[in-house]
Design a protein around this ligand. Structure first.
Ligand SMILES: Nc1ncnc2c1ncn2[C@@H]1O[C@H](COP(=O)(O)OP(=O)(O)OP(=O)(O)O)[C@@H](O)[C@H]1O
Ligand SMILES: [Mg+2]
Length: 884
């Protein structure tokens, strides 16, 4: 991507301008903006959201609920019937009831949708309120935390380590500000930014915009202040289409593939209905309206809503279990996840890390090592992690605070290079009495590599092989015990600024050993995950021995371990194979964590990633379900789909179960609806060809559809059989076509039996003659009404009862009970609609009361149908080992 193309011209302009011009042009005072200015600029430059604007308004929701293909065809029908029944009819036969019925159907379907959507939205809102990240903004003279969505162009904001940059900014001040622009450029390099203006020549990469920080970047270290110049979609990151969901489109892919299966079926069959009706009945206009109603009636237009309701219900259930699902599509990811990658600290080990020993290079306790480490932890402004917290805790020990205050006062900070996961250590430059000291602490390997000397009791000697040996002699045992060990080193330095080139030839003075014990609950959780067929992989940046020690104690397979170095040397083929066998990856860089996730995904896995550090960020973004914790770095929290309020693997098990339940219920709706729709349309095609009249009127068809859809809205609340959620579930339309082709035609068989019975036996016997022999005015009307009612009832009964049959592999009602709501709604549905055919309401839409004898036939047909489907179901499950 060439920058400049997508960078907003305002941002470009002020990159080359002085900050004074910026303050002047945007009329920014010392106090920042006041609320009026903010409101005005929001109006002028837009707000800091991406395409979410419309989704939030009530008007938009109303429109979505009331204007969709289903309601449009109802509108058309209402219009047609208004013209024919009211306008064109003579005074005598004028009758507006059909119009009224259609309009009430419109109202009911719209209300159902609206209520459903509001409920889903309510859940989503409530959950997102629990976790919100604030931006420090200067408004009305005060620094306040506000939600990043409220930022406007011209606001002055502050950045701190761990923040995710909320908009494109021109820096006005920076203090050792280091950022990673990986989300924009894909490069993990950490860049220092400053407030100086760019000189004349055009720069050619995002990295060279040294005074601009882009939305989505992560602040690795330091602090900064800047003015917002581009928000929402004007920002570079905001302009990426679907940037937020990079790699998260599997859900949509699945939904699309399902929709396509259905559309293909429709595309073939609907024109056939149109042509057949038109040719056999000669009334092309009615044929067109009928075909349109069939199309609309058979489109699973409730699909998005049922899916949303299932997911929202799942995320709501998770919300009660200390888990916030930010992106409800992640519920589906939970359901199909078959590999969970986790980091080590805090997930497998306890939340608090304790500094257990501070020692010199021979392993004796050493105060001066602690002092050096303290200065380093105190002054480095990078993202604070548990290691620094553990070091800094020492000042809170009784009687120690004076000592630590004193050394901090004696050694003021001059400069720093913050910790990053490539160097794996943090450098700070402090003033000492006569000279300046560069103090580093970090990974054993990385620090020792840069040490030329070792110091013991004030005596300095060359590092050499002997030095390495003594290091290992002291440290190896601790690592094997699962301790986290850091090295501490220093060197005198002239000058007051730091450069990466200064980071060599250090003097090693000792180590810090942290106690990072495995969590008791983790072992249990890992066992449970295994029983759910979710593979666990540990991806840590920590040393191999520490990782092995922890993993072994938790029962994770450590027979094969891969380090970052080995990983980078693998060929692609080797990688694919080794990846499956290896459960523990150690010494990984952030980029390698990402690569491991990517490789697993390309092997066909649905991968979850649980991590809390900045080094986990790329992997969290890439994974299908990015999981983080409430205490994580803010940038990570913002990118995650799921936030655990408690970092506990046990919670995840529940998430997986909820996800799979949501998933099963979606799958139920899709499969059952698709197959019965397919069966129906098949029957309609046949009936249209052979019948001299329409097998059902458009209004009846749509009413049936409305009833069925309304029933399906309780499916998210259905019970799920245990055996369906023991395995990860695949989300795609791959086997949907097979299911449709198998179960659909079975219902058609019985439809056709009903047609034949109605047309040749039942209706003639009631009307006293075959259709052709009856008079066009009186007798035929009654024949048609009887026929249509007969089919209406058969269609409704079978469609509702099949729900009970196909929702489980077991014997319905006996072995697997549906939830009470499903039971209630289905029974009431059948009752009310059957009774309706006897009432004036039914008569208004062309239905009529049937003699009891028909119900005898109906019951027999329905029972036979259910019996056949039961056998077919067992055969299907036996052959394909799946149902839903
Ligand atoms: N604040 C720090 N100061 C110095 N060095 C650090 C600091 N944080 C981490 N390191 C070094 O970087 C290495 C990798 O960091 P860390 O162990 O946090 O990785 P990680 O992948 O997040 O591990 P985990 O899986 O345990 O969360 C550590 O082993 C340590 O050597
Ligand atoms: Mg970590």
């Amino acid at each position: 991507m060439t920058p400049g193309v997508s960078i907003h011209k305002r941002v470009l302009h002020y990159a080359y301008a002085d900050t004074d011009a910026l303050y002047r042009d945007f009329q920014i005072s010392e106090d920042g903006y006041n609320e009026e200015q903010a409101a005005k600029n929001r109006e002028q430059y837009g707000s800091n959201t991406r395409n979410g604007r419309a989704a939030d308004t009530a008007v938009y929701r109303l429109r979505r609920a009331f204007i969709n293909p289903f309601t449009i065809i109802l509108f058309v029908l209402a219009g047609v019937s208004f013209i024919t029944d009211v306008l064109l009819a003579s005074n005598f036969s004028r009758n507006a009831t059909t119009v009224l019925i259609i309009l009430s159907m419109l109202l009911i379907s719209g209300m159902i949708r609206l209520i459903q959507e509001m409920r889903t939205k309510h859940i989503a809102d409530r959950l997102s309120r629990i976790i919100h990240s604030d931006v420090m903004v200067r408004r009305g003279g005060k620094w306040r935390g506000i939600s990043s969505t409220e930022l406007v162009v011209g606001d002055t904001i502050r950045l701190f380590a761990g923040n995710r940059v909320p908009a494109d900014l021109r820096l006005t001040a920076a203090n050792d500000l280091f950022v990673s622009q990986a989300v924009i450029t894909g490069e993990s390099a950490v860049l220092e930014k400053n407030a100086g203006r760019l000189s004349g020549h055009m720069v050619s990469s995002y990295a060279e915009y040294s005074n601009i920080v882009f939305m989505g970047s992560a602040v690795i270290g330091g602090t900064g202040e800047g003015v917002v110049l581009a928000v929402g979609e004007d920002a570079v990151y905001g302009g990426f289409s679907g940037a937020e969901s990079m790699g998260k489109n599997r859900f949509d892919q699945g939904a699309n593939s399902i929709a396509w299966v259905m559309i293909r079926f429709m595309a073939v069959l609907i024109p056939v209905v149109f042509a057949a009706c038109g040719l056999t009945k000669g009334d092309w206009f009615t044929a067109f309206v009928f075909a349109l109603s069939v199309a609309v009636g058979l489109t699973p237009e409730m699909l998005p809503m049922v899916i949303n309701a299932c997911l929202a219900k799942g995320s709501n259930a998770m919300g009660q279990k200390q888990t916030v699902v930010k992106n409800i599509n992640a519920m589906q990811g939970f359901g199909s996840m078959d590999i969970l990658c986790v980091d080590k600290t805090g997930t497998l080990t306890g939340d608090t890390v304790l500094l257990e020993y501070y020692m010199d290079i021979l392993g004796n306790e050493s105060e001066s090592v602690l002092d050096f480490a303290y200065l380093n932890s105190l002054y480095h402004t990078g993202v604070r992690n548990h290691l620094d917290t553990a070091v800094l805790k020492y000042r809170d020990l009784p009687g120690c605070s004076a000592h630590f205050q004193e050394i901090a006062a004696k050694h003021p900070k001059l400069d720093e290079l913050p910790f990053d996961y490539d160097r794996k250590f943090a450098s700070v430059l402090v003033k000492d009495k006569t000279e300046n000291l560069l103090i580093i602490k970090g990974s054993m390997d990385e620090v020792c590599r840069r040490c030329a000397y070792i110091e013991y009791k004030g005596r300095r000697s060359a590092m050499g092989d002997e030095g390495y040996l003594s290091v290992h002699a002291v440290v190896d045992d601790m690592l094997e015990d699962g301790m986290k060990v850091l090295a501490v080193a220093y060197k005198p330095l002239e000058g007051e600024r730091l450069n990466t080139s200064d980071e060599t030839d250090f003097i090693l003075i000792g180590y810090l050993a942290f106690f990072d014990a495995p969590k008791k609950t983790a072992e249990d959780a890992i066992r449970k995950l295994k029983s759910l067929h979710v593979g666990i992989k540990v991806l840590t940046g920590d040393s191999k021995s520490a990782a092995v020690s922890v993993c072994r104690r938790l029962g994770i397979d450590t027979s094969e371990i891969m380090t970052g170095r080995e990983f980078s040397h693998l060929t692609e083929d080797e990688m694919l194979i080794r990846m499956e066998r290896t459960a523990v990856f150690a010494e990984l860089s952030p980029k390698q964590k990402l690569e491991v996730v990517q490789t697993l995904q390309s092997n066909g896995h649905t991968v979850g990633f649980l991590g809390d550090g900045m080094n986990d960020l790329p992997a969290v973004v890439q994974s299908d379900v990015g999981i983080s914790v409430d205490t994580a770095a803010e940038a990570v929290k913002e990118s995650a789909d799921v936030i655990l309020l408690k970092k506990d693997l046990n919670v995840l098990e529940e998430g997986i179960l909820e996800g799979r339940k949501a998933f099963s219920n979606m799958s139920k709706y899709i499969r059952i609806t698709a197959s019965s729709n397919f069966g129906n349309i098949f029957s309609i095609v046949i009936a249209s060809v052979f019948l001299p009249f329409f097998p059902m009127t458009s209004v009846q068809l749509l009413l049936l559809n409305l009833l069925y859809d309304a029933l399906c809205l309780v499916l998210p609340w259905d019970q799920v059989d245990e055996d369906t959620y023991l395995q990860p579930l695949e989300w795609s339309g791959r086997t949907l076509g097979r299911f449709m082709r198998f179960f659909g035609p079975i219902s058609s068989i019985f439809d056709i039996v009903t047609f034949v019975f109605l047309f040749f036996v039942f209706c003639p016997s009631v009307c006293g003659g075959s259709f052709a022999s009856l008079a066009a005015g009186g007798g035929q009307e009654r024949f048609i009404a009887l026929f249509q009612t007969g089919w209406f009832l058969e269609s409704m009964w079978t469609q509702i009862l099949i729900l009970h049959l196909l929702r489980t592999r077991k014997i319905p009602l006996f072995q697997s009970k549906p939830s009470r709501s499903v039971m209630l709604v289905t029974t009431l549905g059948i009752l009310i609609f059957t009774v309706m055919t006897f009432t004036p309401v039914g008569h208004l839409i062309g239905l009529t009361s049937l003699p009891p004898a028909y119900f005898g036939f109906l019951i027999a047909v329905v029972l036979l149908y259910l019996l056949l489907v039961t056998f077919a179901k067992y055969w299907y499950v036996k052959k394909y080992h799946e149902l839903l």
